[in-house]
Design a binder for this molecule. Sequence first.
Ligand code: 5RP
Length: 219
Amino acid sequence: MDALQKKRKAAEAALAFIEPGTKLGVGTGSTVNCLIDLLPSVRSNIEAIVSSSRASTELLENEGFEVSTLNETGDLDLYIDGADESNKRLQLIKGGGGALTREKIVAGASRRFVCIVDDSKLVGMLGSFPLPLEVIPMAQSFVARRLLKMRAQPVWREGFVTDNGNHILDIHDLAIPNPLEMESRLNEIPGVVTVGIFARRPADVLLVAGDSGVREMRV
Ligand code: 5RP
């Protein structure tokens, strides 16, 4: 099974979590795109839908969904999103698609976070995937200098502007043995809007698709 087939399997498995009356948050990325393709099959169970990016909003609208804002819906029942990496405590790296800030907001506003991945995303320690930081443009060089002092290797995601008008620095070769501590430490640098570590708000359920099927993991 190739990666896209696994992503489809993980997305299919997530449909079971969408119960009647669900206020649903939808993430961003190729795995979530598979979910969006399938959402019309559970349309009658969805009371309201909130998206974490302009890209997902457009796809949802193409499927005929009216996308609400989080301000309109209040807290959500369920958030479904992909990830770039997960450890076995369901702490994540997210933001490969640059939507980390809205993803973190929607995840934080949701009672349950179901994360859908193919098995290549499950790692022993977070950090092989470059860790995205969303930064205020005027602080980009300052933040990069602070990261260099921490012996981190920031690389500007050139030409990329987030939905919030900010920039992304991807930190390469950063071992993250303590995701909670690293999330807080990086968040404290002035000018950092969001760190792509989801440890304070990890996933509640991880659906990992592999050759032998979809494994459900919980902490
Ligand atoms: C976007 C994200 C995505 O969830 C993450 O990059 C995984 O993407 P994909 O499903 O395409 O592998 O955090 O900001």
